[in-house]
Design a protein around this ligand. Sequence first.
Ligand code: GCB
Length: 597
Amino acid sequence: MLKPTSTSTRELVSLDGVWRFAIDSRLPDQPWHGPLDTPLEAAVPASYNDLFADPEIRDHVGWVYYQREVRVPRGWGEDETLLRFDAATHAARVYVDDRLVGEHIGGYTPFDVNLTGIVPAGGSFRLTVAVSGELTNETVPPGKIEVGIDGRRRQTYFHDFYNYAGLARSVWLYSRPRTHVEDVTVVTGFAGTAGSVDYRIVTSGAIDVRVRLADARGNIVAEATGPVGTLTVADVVLWRPGAAYLYDLTVEAVSDGVVVDSYSLPVGVRTVEVRGHEFLINDEPFYFTGFGKHEDSPVRGKGHDDAFMVHDFQLMEWIGANSFRTSHYPYAEEVLEFADRHGIVVIDETAAVGLNMGVVGGMSGTPPFPTFSEQYANAATQEAHAQHLRELIARDKNHPCVVMWCIANEPASNEEGALEYFEPLVTLTRELDPTRPVTYSLVMFATFQNDKIIDLFDVVSMNRYYGWYIATADLALAEMYLQGDIQGWIDRTGKPIMMTEYGADTQPGVHSIWDAAWTEEYQRDYLAMNHRVFDRFPQFVGEQVWNFADFATSNGIHRVEGNKKGIFTRDRKPKTAAHSLRRRWLGLDGRKPGTTD
Ligand code: GCB
């Protein structure tokens, strides 16, 4: 799915700003129609929950409405007019005046609504978007709505981060020619000094296609015609972790020698491969350092924010992180573009978090009922998961920064039914993208003895909290558990192994001379214990600390003002452990992890 951009044949108007806003329970008429009768206005992009000082809005379960006037530019008469929603969390209905023109389910992938023939060029209309933050067992991520004895509907869910909702990413109005480039797929490679860019172009009708590739200075380095082909790049400059290099691919749809549509895409030439227990980028072993992150900041919630994005990447560079995982949902596309430009490696994760009744069952790991059952993760959940994968891969397939798909976080891979649930999804992922390795993040209840699905995947991604949830504040015992666990996975799989989560909640300013949970020293020492163990295994390919920054969670007795496992606070101040991580990841204390020198 092509991101809307402005080119010589396409125009783009941002609809970001302040929109009228209301929640369904406060509107006199349902179903809603007409101009919103509301004193409220909401910022777009932003989650709506923390914008207002009103608990009924913050924890609203149901539809909310965003509304604004839109004018279609006069000059778009010959073209198609479309709306693009970069995300509406978790479901949307789109209305032009009072007419329903589009719907979408899934809170973290984009969708278009084609307004051609509905709104004329030069005309204006009232755009209303109804957005629902509801989660059920048939959505990704799943959740549950319960009605209490007070008659109020309450949303529960099986992940700890707060269920922010609304229009958290940008909204656009854009034009594209009626005959246009519909989709572009690139797969890159190299042999010696020659790079290759295999391309496949889909157009809206039978039309000639012309492509050309320019280097970073704008010099044309390869050209071709036809919808499918290979561009060869002499003396290729590869896209490398920490040293991004992007070519520019221009695709033109041509009719009778006239360019009717033109679209451009940055292309990084690089390869990814799992070989034995190694994770290779450009045929060289790669060791991941970095974090599981969240899209999370004060006031905006999950709203995309360029300033936080730039600052987060700066902090990652400062600390020596070369990668992150988009835990636990696809991030705004601007984030991937930024990673493409700055050589940061991304594990791209779906929103399938919480497919695990064992976690609900608490530390016992005994589920209240089976996860893969009619009651919970059933055929409809699996289809929602499949559709989400289709949309994610359609959006992100061309980003060089994305080196692996993570199709679920901590599913109950130890339970009956896990294999039947995941096998078709892994097959689908590989059909949609045969070039990237596939993984899932392993919950602690899924052990090397009882996990049922690891054979389907390429990389063992472990989430482990020895020294925190298990062997709390006992690092000596934790070290023994961790050592045995990693050894077990090595013996069972022979695959590359990495840690995608390890962390300890830490309240900044709390100190102790003892191994005491919540102190800054304990977080530092907990990480050091983990690193000692990782360094004993040549099969280990990476470490991503949970979490980059403290983040908002739902109310609960396990959290005090959110999850505090951040290496940075929610406002991005370093805790003590940030400095020791920095020394390790930059190699200031000696050898850099993953290197031999
Ligand atoms: C996990 C989850 C993550 C939580 C984390 C924690 O295993 O994957 O979403 O935030 O543990 O801090 O408990």
